[in-house]
Design a protein around this ligand. Structure first.
Ligand SMILES: *[C@@H]1O[C@H](CO)[C@@H](O)[C@H](O)[C@H]1NC(C)=O
Ligand SMILES: *[C@@H]1O[C@H](CO)[C@@H](O)[C@H](O)[C@H]1NC(C)=O
Ligand SMILES: *[C@@H]1O[C@H](CO)[C@@H](O)[C@H](O)[C@H]1NC(C)=O
Ligand SMILES: *[C@@H]1O[C@H](CO)[C@@H](O)[C@H](O)[C@H]1NC(C)=O
Length: 401
């Protein structure tokens, strides 16, 4: 068991790498001491947190030009919540930071060549810089629920929610930046909801995929600047495919009936999609990779609809499309209607009959009342009419005689 545990630990690539690095440095560092860099300077070129980090050679190494030097930079990636490490012979490096959080950077020196008898030796300590975020504006006013949707890989829209603490008459601004831009740009077209900016419409603006895009939503208010929010994302992870147009039935190779649908038109590659099927309001747990589904034949009517998203081979994550229009099988006209649907007309007929009777009796009542002065005569005349129409056999017989 111990062997198994050790094996699984060793097969973890990162662990193995660390072990190898430490072994190389520890077994070969034969008593030479190396100083960490003298100082670290961080500068902000205005790229929404893509900061330039520079450091200088320790004074003890300035005259050792014959010895190659390497630096190990470690920084806390605030967007991914983990430490990153890189080794570089340069004395500068740029990395992305969330400017609303602490910027933490550590640099080690590594020395090689005749100075260390040909062995790569790392400084035992590092030089560290922790930079606090600048003052951040009116408290608790940062936007929330920032969401970007890449609609059918055609156009991108990002939206946000206002914090309840946002003062009245505030105005939000969105800025964005990525590696291909010289400087930050502002939202090309704001989405406005009940008079306030609630999002940005990037239609017609190029945003590269597989590249971190940094968004900053800040703003101004009568009480001062609003707290900014920084968001980093890659647009291919925010695709929302269009719903499929139509589902249809076809006979499969085994002469069995199957449900079939087409991928949505547009730039989303068909093989990238995976599907989910809903039958009579219940979502089937199995993810469908193709675009056909065999149907089991039974008498009962069933309605199906499908939706899609990008699979894990094409994007780290994806949004579900809206559901397609439902397709019922067997088609509704072939099926005896639900007895429940017959009940409604019966009730309607009864209601109509009752109302008609009421109206009729009211009319008759009103007519009778209008003729009230002739009331005394009325029974007579009515009776006479009745008798005239249906003469009593005896009386009639008497009259005829
Ligand atoms: C330098 O390395 C050589 C050969 O690897 C070894 O003989 C020598 O003792 C080393 N010198 C020091 C100061 O470690
Ligand atoms: C290592 O460096 C850090 C900051 O540069 C310092 O605070 C710490 O005391 C040092 N540790 C040692 C063992 O020298
Ligand atoms: C986004 O902008 C495009 C072009 O300006 C426009 O056609 C589209 O309707 C806009 N979308 C929204 C939700 O306003
Ligand atoms: C918002 O951020 C942009 C880009 O960093 C900056 O130019 C602008 O001055 C900021 N606006 C406010 C109100 O803080």
């Amino acid at each position: 068991m111990l062997l198994m545990a050790a094996k699984s630990w060793l097969t973890h690539p990162a662990a193995l790498m660390l072990l190898l690095m430490n072994w190389m440095e520890c077994t070969l560092c034969s008593g030479f001491t190396v100083d960490p860099p003298a100082d670290i300077v961080i500068s902000d070129p205005g790229h929404l947190g893509y900061l330039d980090i520079t450091w200088s050679l320790p004074t003890s190494l300035t005259d050792k030009t014959e010895c190659p030097k390497l630096y190990q930079l470690e920084y806390f990636d605030t967007y991914r919540d983990r430490w990153n490490a890189v080794r570089t012979p340069q004395r500068t490096y740029s990395a992305q930071f969330d400017l609303t959080k602490d910027v933490r950077v550590r640099v080690y020196t590594l020395l090689n060549g005749p100075c260390t008898n040909g062995t790569l030796t790392r400084s035992t300590n590092y030089t560290e810089l922790v930079q606090k975020p600048p003052s951040t504006g009116v408290a608790d006013t940062a936007v929330k629920d920032f969401v970007c949707v890449y609609h059918n890989m055609k156009y991108i829209e990002c939206t946000w929610g206002r914090s309840p603490k946002t003062p009245a008459y505030s105005q939000h601004n969105l800025y964005f930046w990525h590696m291909e831009l010289e400087k930050t740009e502002e939202c090309p077209k704001y989405l406005v909801l009940s008079g306030v900016r609630s999002g940005c419409n990037f239609t017609g603006t190029y945003l590269p995929d597989f590249t971190d895009i940094i968004f900053c939503v800040n703003g101004s208010s009568p009480e001062g600047p609003l707290e900014p929010a920084f968001i980093s994302l890659q647009i291919q992870d925010h695709v929302k495919p269009e719903p499929t147009e139509k589902l249809y039935l076809q006979t499969g190779s085994d002469r069995k009936l199957e449900l079939r649908w087409d991928p949505p038109a547009g730039r989303v590659p068909g093989p990238c999609l995976e599907w989910q099927m809903e039958q009579d309001g219940k979502i089937a747990p199995k993810i469908i990779t193709g675009q056909t589904l065999p149907l089991t034949h039974d008498e009962k009517i069933s309605c199906f609809r499908v939706r899609s998203r990008l699979n894990k081979y094409c994007a780290e994550k994806s949004l579900w499309s809206e559901w397609s229009r439902p397709m019922c099988h067997p088609e509704e006209k072939e099926v005896t209607p639900d007895p429940g649907s017959d009940m409604v007309p019966v009730y309607v007929y009864v209601a109509v009959a009752v109302i008609a009777t009421l109206v009729l009796s009211l009319c008759v009542g009103a007519m009778l009342r209008l003729r009230a002065p002739k009331q005394e005569k009325e029974p007579d005349s009515l009776l006479t009419t009745l008798f005239a129409q249906n003469p009593l056999p005896t009386a009639g017989g008497g009259l005829r005689r």
